[in-house]
Design a protein around this ligand. Sequence first.
Ligand SMILES: Nc1ncnc2c1ncn2[C@@H]1O[C@H](COP(=O)(O)OP(=O)(O)OP(=O)(O)O)[C@@H](O)[C@H]1O
Ligand SMILES: [Mg+2]
Length: 706
Amino acid sequence: MLIKAEKLKAIFAPRSVAVVGATARPQSLGRAVFANLLYAGYGGCAYPVNPGVKSVLGVRAYGSILDIPDDVDLAVIVVPAAAVCDTLEEAGRKGCRGSIVISAGFKEMGGEGVELECRLQEVARRHGIAVVGPNCFGVINTDPAVSLNATFSRSFPAAGRIAFVSQSGALGVAALEHAAQEKIGFSKFISIGNKADINENHVLAALADDEATDVILLYLEDLEDPKEFIDLARKVSEKKPILAVKSGRTKEGAKAAASHTGALAGSDETYDLLFTQCGVLRVETLEELFRLGMAFTHRPLPRGKRLAIVTNAGGPGIMATDAAVRHGLELARLDPATEARMRPHMSPAASLGNPVDLVGDADEARYREALAAVLGDDGVDEVIVIVVPQMNTDLGAMSRVIADAAGGTDKPLFAVYMATGDIERPLRLLDEAGILHYRFPEDAARALGAMAHYVRWRKRPHAGLRLFDDVRPDVVREILAGAAREGRKFLPEPEAHAVLGAYGLPVSRSRFVRDWSEAAAAAREIGFPVVLKIVSPDIVHKVDVGGVRLGLNSEEEVRSAYAELTAQVAAAQPDARIWGVFVQEMVGRGKETILGMKRDPHFGPLLMFGLGGIYVEVFRDVIFRLAPIRELDARNMIRGIRGAKLLKGFRGEPPSDMDAIADALLRLSQLVTDFAEIEEMDINPLIVLPEGHGARVVDARILIRK
Ligand SMILES: Nc1ncnc2c1ncn2[C@@H]1O[C@H](COP(=O)(O)OP(=O)(O)OP(=O)(O)O)[C@@H](O)[C@H]1O
Ligand SMILES: [Mg+2]
């Protein structure tokens, strides 16, 4: 991993580059790439390689990379797919450390292309060359000392603080053109194409300590190694923000599954939580990606989420407020002294709460006073200044006032000019002062909201993974092995209870029995009231076949319930093998919740939490996280469902024992992380009692891999 990241750095800043397949033929990729290298003013040595020609664009050409008299760091390959492996082989013999394979015709084509890509990987491995691509758009480094444009782009971006990583080549082209138009500068640009060797994880690791990069933007279609991505992105986003567009936001049809958890887990949502758990901000569109990316290059980042708005029109102030709240900001409560400071300079009609409405006739002098006052208020973390041009608005003068204000503060100050027409010069003044400006207040609020969110994420308590040591993996191993020996995939309630109990989950007092007299004895021991449930390896939903009897208050009731229960189940499902009956303590009034797990082949175990009963089935009010989870994840899961209010205590009901839920989630996380053979599970319900009284698992089922 680290070695590849190091090699990638050599690709970003090579001392010499050979372009194999360079040609002077108009309209060819080989020409575009070599020309770009020259015209960007590359700081090292560039060599065209093409056996058929003497020179390319005035530079002496070589018949083979091996003929080049000097060392070559980087081989950019633009030859037809069939010739790529031999070319890479020569690059390896030449001692190149890296290669960018622009040629297409590999995995993306299927068939022979797949084979060709395997061969390419083999050559790369054998020579220890780091390969970007194939089927990619290339790499750009705008560092003036390097000035590398190893792409076939028509434009070379300005230098900036954003690194952009794109899985799609074509999209990379479009992105560069968009960026040029929007005057967005890049530090580095890298198109990873088919990811035969270098993937997004290597790039992240390399960009983590890249001093030219403040923000990392990703355009991804899939993740090569999601678990590694989580670990890496979590570390990298401590240092710099990562924003991502992950395309393919379609639902993988939720297929019928044996557990609630299985039916509710979807693949796109999984990406959402993967990004959430490692601090990556997921956005929907490329435009948003770049727009927010720009905002994140702004330094310093806000300290918190308390926003002040200064405006000369009420409506836009309200829109900014709504958007700000929607994006997680709150309106700062201005200090009375701030208002007192502004008042003497303002029109009597001005309303000096937050939003500060200077009203329509405000000139730049009033804005100056207002900005100085709110920026000086300790309760304000960031400011949006809105200007709607009116009779005596001079936008040029306004820009200078805003630039002055921004120069004297370490708080973000974003401008919104709700204007069209001749605003180029005023906007240029803002650009020159490094002030971000927007046409609409919502966009400014969105950007500041995202920044404040990132800052909050970075400040979160950094608890490591907590591992419980009072667990009994040996017990679990034995139960799972027993089921596997019998060729069973399904663990009925008593086995599931034993597995959960071994990991310290609060299972209810229960006994497995085989006849009514054992049942009566068990009930006496457990204490009335009790519950009887049918135990069968063939019955997943017990209630559906009349296999559950609640609230039995005496031995007599247990005895008759036993007979009824077994008769009813036998009638409902005559071929079911009946092992016996589970006698269980009847847990008193509490809130029914569901905890579950479904193992995703790509992402690993997904944990689920939600309210039980109709809340799961009708409202799908559940939340997922990828295991292993940390304490904070567990708390956020509990807080994150829409029905969280019901657990906090509502209309005189006592608050539920949240600590017990968090503890159960963490133990479940450890269990499913330890045992990869557990495929799916539902704890439905975990009955949560009032605060201080814990929770009880009263039903559980586990599915294992056969
Ligand atoms: N020990 C208990 N104490 C209190 N209530 C219980 C107990 N056991 C079951 N219940 C109640 O009975 C309901 C059905 O029981 P159980 O979950 O065991 O049946 P099930 O058919 O497996 O249900 P599902 O398929 O929905 O998970 C539970 O959701 C709960 O409300
Ligand atoms: Mg149940």
